[in-house]
Design a protein around this ligand. Sequence first.
Ligand code: CP
Length: 306
Amino acid sequence: MRSLIDILDLTVEELDDLIATACDIIADPDKYAERCKRRKLATLFYEPSTRTRLSFEAAMLELGGSVIGFSEATSSSAAKGESVADTAKVISCYADIIAMRHPKEGAALVAANNASIPVINAGDGGHCHPTQTLADLLTIYREKGRFDHLTVGLCGDLKFGRTVHSLINALSRYEGVKFVLISPEELKLPSYVKNEALKKKGLEYLQTTSLEQAMPLMDILYMTRIQQERFADMDEYLRLKDSYVLTPEKLKTAKPDMCILHPLPRVNEISVKVDDDPRACYFKQVLNGKYMRMALILKLLEEAKA
Ligand code: CP
């Protein structure tokens, strides 16, 4: 049974196909309005979410399907001690496809290994978040028209930011992509991501603590929130939480066509004054996420049927 746990589960060609499907949905949504009639999506969210859960639900509804699920662990039998493995077996009796978010790294893989329907990882702890990457990729494609030969800056919490890990893995497969890794020393990209995605492939990257130094270099700036919920020490979170705040002033040295992304939610790392800048693409990114999730649901259900 085909699931999506890591963005690298999809080949570059499959990403191209998903983008093509998403663009076709944008051009002619009516064509897709009944494609998932009588199919059910189960959203199993053990961690808070606004975009991912609701965009999955909107995606399934716009495909003509239905949605069941829970939005917090405390309202499910996880609160009584039911395992992820058993939950996956149970939900396989009710639904056709699962989107699952869980605070533990590897939980989505456990679900996929026990479900008899496709499982989509909607975020597992600080590990990865492949469908956010699908949203990011469609936004880059629609704004830049390509993935190759781009200088991509990632700023903020590169240690716990699962969206960062998935995006680096995805973009590291395209020719001529360079990365600028901007973070406090304490929140640097984990070495397992750096080694696998960058060093082994011989990709060019710059590591810095200075957003100002990096600003003129970038075609894409991917801002991220400092992930409060992953900190064991709250004093450390409070010390680091405002490490980077993007303002119109700081953008003065950026390329005029730089694309500003953020997976959201935003806390304080992008001033609301930036929202009117034509380079701010983070709300377009939200909408693109729904289209890519529609394309993904179609693909996985199609493959499950075959
Ligand atoms: N980007 C993202 O995962 O947002 P939510 O936590 O609101 O789903």
